[in-house]
Design a binder for this molecule. Structure first.
Ligand SMILES: [Fe+2]
Ligand SMILES: [Fe+2]
Length: 179
């Protein structure tokens, strides 16, 4: 299997979440009510899965390895755009979390900010994923030998294996600090 395989599978799950976002956007627009529990779990999905696990493998393994290669100006430009989009997504998820918390505390006006963040993410992710799937992942494989690709795939599996442990260690550490 090529190392981009797991990344592309992960894109399919992120797309499903974005699809659910579109359903939620419609519901909020009609009822002007936020399902704060849904938003909280969506924030967790984007932080733990889309960002830490998925963007983590892209940035910490794939892009880092690519940065050592002699990239064409086009591939170099696309990689920088992808990193900027990750940063933008991360910031938007942070704003979504804040707006959802404010709404939960009774600030009804925050529903508009929740809506704006959901729309921003559902606009960004399909374009971002298409750029990676159709214009980046396949051509950049040519920079790597078969041996390098196999080693990268193994690095991806090892990275994933740590994720669940990392997530719950952070959770326990947070609660421990509160005592
Ligand atoms: Fe990405
Ligand atoms: Fe991606």
């Amino acid at each position: 299997m090529k190392p981009i395989g797991p990344l592309m599978w992960e894109h399919r799950l992120i797309e499903k979440m974005v699809h659910i976002f579109n359903r939620e956007i419609k519901r909020i627009s009609e009822l002007n009510k936020i399902n704060t529990i849904f938003i909280e779990s969506a924030v967790d999905f984007f932080r733990t899965y889309a960002d830490r696990t998925h963007h983590g493998k892209e940035e910490d393994i794939l892009f880092r390895a690519l940065a050592k290669k002699n990239l064409s100006p086009e591939h170099d430009r696309i990689m920088k755009e992808l990193v900027d989009e990750h940063i933008h997504a991360r910031k938007t998820v942070g704003k979504l979390f804040e707006a959802n918390t404010k709404y939960f505390m009774g600030d009804d006006n925050s529903s508009q900010e929740v809506l704006r963040c959901l729309k921003a993410l559902s606009d960004l992710y399909p374009r971002h994923i298409e750029k990676e799937d159709r214009h980046f992942f396949f051509p950049i494989l040519d920079y790597f030998t078969k041996r390098e690709q196999d080693a990268m795939l193994q690095e991806f599996w090892d990275f994933d294996r740590n994720m669940i442990h990392e997530k719950y260690k952070i959770l326990v550490d947070q609660y421990e600090r509160e005592k």
